[in-house]
Design a protein. Structure first.
Length: 141
């Protein structure tokens, strides 16, 4: 007679934290790739609709790709201490928002309404993600 193996699930709070952190890294990385694609494929190619210089858009897209690589690396390598990498992601996302806001202010006189709306919307979405990431960090206390 074949014995059935009993599957044991780790139901500890620490296990749940690891799953949530991995998902946050995946969400962050995916969002960064979407941002990079929008900046480099849509906005830069339709400069007249947004009136932001393509070299600036490509620079922002390259930052987003770097952030995505960092997030995906942490999602798949699963470091034991996820708090520090999450803090780095929060810092990077917040810095990106401040840089983007600074560019919107600097180029305000040349940006179209659509350009302003896009960048402000991007900032809002990223800051909502930062808020979620901060909540996850607090669970690691």
């Amino acid at each position: 007679m074949v014995q059935k193996r009993k599957i044991v699930y780790d139901k500890s709070p620490n296990s749940k934290q690891k799953i949530v952190a991995a998902r946050i890294f995946l969400i962050d990385g995916t969002g960064a790739l979407v941002t990079a694609a929008l900046l480099s494929l849509a906005l830069a190619r339709h400069e007249a609709l947004f009136e932001m210089k393509p070299d600036i858009l490509y620079f922002l897209a390259s930052l987003a790709v770097l952030f995505a690589l960092y997030s995906f690396t942490n999602a798949f390598l699963k470091p034991k201490n996820r708090r520090q990498p999450l803090k780095a992601v929060v810092w990077a996302n917040t810095s990106y928002c401040l840089l983007t806001l600074g560019l919107v202010i600097y180029y305000y006189h040349t940006l179209t309404l659509l350009g302003i709306a896009y960048f402000m919307g991007e900032i809002v979405v990223i800051l909502l993600l930062v808020r979620l990431e901060t909540k996850v960090i607090r669970t690691y206390t």
